[in-house]
Design a binder for this molecule. Sequence first.
Ligand code: PGA
Length: 252
Amino acid sequence: MNKPVKLVAGNWKMHGTSADLGEVAAVAEAARALTGRVDVALCLPATLIHRATVEVPGLSIGAQDIHMADKGAHTGDVCAAMLHDAGATLSIVGHSERRDAHREDDSCVKAKAEAALRSGLGVILCVGESDAERVSGLAVPIVTEQLRASLPREGATADGFAVAYEPIWAIGTGKVPSVEDIAEMHAALRRTLVEELGSVGQDVRILYGGSVKASNATEIFSVADVNGALVGGASLRAADFLPIVEAAAAAR
Ligand code: PGA
């Protein structure tokens, strides 16, 4: 397999206003210097996407969610064409916070991924088990089944589609699975991607997400089939995020 460079994507969640665009600029500048060694993206609140792409050109700016319909009576939602118009190049779909708080099931996540890919937006599709599911010993079959059921059936390419394994119990908690557990899950997700997508599945990047920090990034990036990271809290400040980006560039 011709290994792609790692992808490090920040997920700002519901944080950030125009006062924080300096952080985006600092990330963009460092990412430019590492072109070809690591891919970097920031998934910003929808309200900041256009400002960021205008004021900080050259960095991949993404959304955190997308509606599955092209347009219509969906108060408060944002569709692919609107994200394109704002300058976004990708979107997260199926984050556990949306699966939970907005009751998004696998078929909804799949439809969102397909809508994004159809429109030419890249996708980071999130999957992951709860604490109880991890304790039950069934995390691998549960998460691979979640991937199978949320996987877009059209439009997935190695460049434009990535999967993020994010154990729910590791998000924002400072807890991280053992490298053995990450390796086991990523290998299982790789097998599932190949079974479902054929040769494309071999090259789709599988990111790890959940309490990634400068202090654990190098170890996580050394795990087979970890092709990058989805970073929440540590992506809000360039000073926290850039050491993770640099660790990904060095791990190649
Ligand atoms: P965290 O969040 O890095 O703050 O744990 C990760 C995520 O939710 O994508």
